[in-house]
Structures are given as C-alpha cells and as structure tokens.
Design a protein around this ligand. Structure first.
Ligand code: ADP
Length: 169
C-alpha cells in the first residue's frame, strides 16, 4: 500500500469499506407485488439510507421456494408457504448498509402483521401472517446463504454513492 499513489490508495480504502458493509436479502413476496407495493417498499429502505446493490423480478419454482424456506420444513404451514412464494413474481433484492440486517427487520416489523407496530411495512400494509408481503434475512449467516441462493456473484454490484458521506459522515 505504501507504494501506491494517493488516489489509488483512497480507492483501495473505499473498496475495503464497501467489502465490510453488511448486506441483507430482502424480497417482496407475490402478495406485495400483486398489490402494487413494490415502490412503496423499496422507498422505505431507500429513504432510510440503505443502498440497493442487486434487484430482479422472478417467479420462483416450488423447489426453489422449498430451498429458500428449508429451515421451516417441519412447520405445518411449510407446504402452503412454498406454494404461495412460487405463485407469482417476487422482487428479490440485496440492500447494503451499516446494520441493514437488524434494522431491515425493524423496518419490516413482526412476522404476524397483527403484532407489527404501525410505521413498519407489515404493520402499515398487511393484515395476516400468511400474506405479510415481505421477507428479510434474520441474521448474518442467513443473509449470506439467501444472497447466494438468489443471486450469482456477478449480479451483485459494488458502487459508492455521493450520498454516503452525508449518511455516514
Ligand atoms: P419472518 O418472515 O418474519 O422471518 P419466519 O421465518 O418465522 O418469519 O416465517 C417465514 C414466513 O412463513 C413468514 O414471513 C410467513 O409468511 C410464514 N409464516 C410464519 N408463521 C406462519 C403461520 N403461523 N401461518 C402461516 N404462515 C406463516
């Protein structure tokens, strides 16, 4: 690093910073898409200051849905849940930012919309647990696994935005 000119050194620092930034897998489920809530949901993450680094719209197969929800395979609602996730287009995204996994869950609200606080996505926009419109990774390990399941490495972008210095100081 000592031999690098100042500009290259700064770029390297930025890349290191970007590499350390936390990422979460966030998906708008088929009910959120069908209800026209894509922009509303994206807007909440975007206005917070999180950065969208990958996005696509896909109809998952049931087999793929089962992979995504494999942790829940013993639950009585597993089959219905996988049928539902594969019933229409899903907006799959990766959001980046400090604390995005934990805070993303706060923006989303409790699993059961009846228990989600007003002001959260599920609290404001959903009514029942089987139609809670959005998924968000629940921890660093699941985030990694889910990002790898839904995206190829080349689909993930690395960029810095000018807003970052105003968001992070
Ligand atoms: P979260 O999505 O908040 O991480 P879970 O991982 O516990 O919650 O459950 C995954 C998804 O399974 C929920 O978002 C919801 O769509 C569905 N689900 C959870 N509990 C039930 C239930 N009791 N009945 C029907 N669907 C459920």
């Amino acid at each position: 690093a000592l031999a690098l000119p100042a500009a290259a050194y700064m770029l390297q620092e930025k890349e290191v910073h970007a590499a350390e930034m936390e990422r979460s897998f966030i998906a708008i489920k088929p009910d959120g898409v069908q209800r026209g809530l894509i922009a509303e949901i994206i807007s909440r993450f975007e206005r917070k200051g999180f950065k969208l680094v990958a996005i696509k719209i896909v109809i998952p197969t049931k087999d793929f849905a089962q992979k995504h929800y494999h942790d829940l395979k013993e639950r009585p609602f597993f089959n219905g849940l996988c049928d539902f996730l594969s019933s229409g287009p899903v907006v799959a995204m990766v959001w980046e930012g400090e604390g995005v996994i934990k805070y993303g869950r706060k923006l989303i609200g409790a699993t059961d919309p009846q228990k989600s606080e007003p002001g959260t996505i599920r609290g404001d926009l959903a009514v029942v647990v089987g139609r809670n419109i959005i998924h968000g990774s629940d921890g660093p390990e699941t985030a990694k696994d889910e990002i790898n399941l839904w995206f190829k490495p080349e689909e993930l972008t690395n960029y810095s935005s000018n807003a970052e210095k105003w968001i992070y100081g």
